[in-house]
Design a protein around this ligand. Structure first.
Ligand code: NAD
Length: 368
């Protein structure tokens, strides 16, 4: 079987992990490694017995690769991807696709004129629990959805973590905090499960628990055009944290918590009871349904295998660059709402967000 020849750009912490995941895929092979830190590139290239490159331009000119996996700090995703499309390469970027919507749009523009594949690494999409949750939402079993609450505070990070890379947790180096680094996975699942809200109000706290410039606690309230509401709450400063996604619906309450899926199913639709009951304080019957999920495993190898398959057989990546923009838009909208202290409508004004972000970049302690 023909294999896709993959180059990896950025082999620090996550790039090394993704290299192991790529090695396990049977339809691609790692044929080159690139990192601007020579010793890091050399070390990882030696593990896979492939050439090392110290800048992506020379890698892209080498003729050694068909596709590139980008695992650099966030701002570099945009420039490296645009250069890759111009060089005729397929691209899979690690999350988030970019720092902000305007940069993501620039990548999408470059991809559209290239005719190549553009995927993004959102490996939580492969979890059977998440897939089951989505299937239940789509089955109609829940009836009308009323409200969504997601508390995701299992992201405890220390000052040592934030100090571990000079780019981290600064406006100029990273471009954001928990919304851009940790939560893209949940924001992507959120939009995959529920679609996009139309209005966002959010409250971000910047460096509240750590000596950092960016947000380390966020509470967001969202409204959908059809009346559903959602609260999304995250922090990198709690222990033990909570990862609980609760959907209140006409037929009861569906909860995904720590990989366990439960449905508290009411005997009747709550909207019928509100309208028709002749009692003031009705007590309804309900059943606790524990929904079996085969596992909660996630697989970056599957994301990469689907990506290589898309290249080989002209299919779609698991998450396309265009779809990955949705979660970015949500995170950007939460930040913008907090900065401007006002409600933000979706679609987000990408130019307005970029202007506000660049004001923060101008004040950033990180000067590189
Ligand atoms: N999918 C996931 O679950 C997951 C988990 C952690 C991190 N990430 C993502 O991985 C990316 C990297 O994060 P990390 O924690 O590995 O950072 P890191 O600092 O450990 O590694 C980044 C590497 O990129 C290199 N680099 C920087 N600019 C470069 C360039 N222009 N060309 C080539 N190499 C360059 C650096 O030298 C470094 O070795 C980020 O996008 C992050 O959000 C994803």
């Amino acid at each position: 079987m023909k294999k896709v020849r993959l180059g990896i750009v950025g082999v620090g912490g996550m790039g090394k992990n993704h290299a192991m995941s790529a090695k396990a895929a049977n339809n691609l092979e790692i044929t080159a490694i690139c990192d601007i830190r020579k010793e890091v590139a050399d070390e990882v290239a030696a593990v896979y017995g492939v050439p090392a490159f110290y800048d992506h331009h020379s890698l892209f000119k080498s003729g050694l690769i068909d596709a590139v996996l980008i695992v650099t700090p966030h701002y570099a995703h945009t420039a490296v991807a645009i250069d890759a499309f111009a060089a005729g390469l397929h691209v899979i970027s690690d999350k988030p696709v970019a720092v902000h919507k305007a940069d993501a749009q620039r990548m999408i523009d470059a991809w559209q004129s290239s005719g190549k594949k553009f995927g993004v690494m959102f490996q939580l999409r492969t979890s059977p629990a998440n897939r089951k949750f989505k299937a239940l939402l789509e089955s109609g079993e829940l009836g009308r959805i009323i409200r969504i609450n997601w508390i995701i505070t299992t992201w405890l990070r220390t000052q040592k973590y934030y100090d571990s890379g000079d780019w981290r947790a600064s406006w100029r180096g990273e471009g954001g905090g928990v919304l851009l680094n940790q939560c893209p996975h949940q924001l992507d699942l959120f939009q995959w499960f529920f679609g996009m809200p139309s209005k966002v109000n959010a409250f971000c706290h910047f460096g509240k628990y750590h000596d950092i410039e960016v947000e380390d606690e966020v509470t967001a309230y969202m409204e959908f055009a059809d009346g559903r509401t959602a609260v999304f709450l995250t922090s990198t400063a709690e222990f033990p944290g909570t990862n609980r996604l609760e959907v209140t619906c006409d037929r009861g309450k569906l909860v995904l918590e720590d990989g366990q899926l439960t449905f508290k199913r009411s005997e009747q639709n709550v909207s019928d009871i509100i309208r028709e009951s002749n009692e003031n304080f009705p007590v309804l019957s309900s059943w606790d349904v524990k929904i079996p999920v085969p596992s909660n495993d996630i697989s970056a190898t599957e994301v990469l295998t689907v990506f290589a398959d898309a290249i080989l057989h002209d299919k779609e990546p698991l998450v396309t660059g265009a779809e990955a923009m949705n979660e970015l838009e949500l995170g950007n909208a939460m930040l913008l709402s907090s900065l401007l202290k006002k409600e933000v409508t979706i679609p987000l004004d990408a130019a307005e967000f970029e202007t506000e972000l660049m004001k923060l970049v101008a004040t950033s302690r990180y000067r590189k």
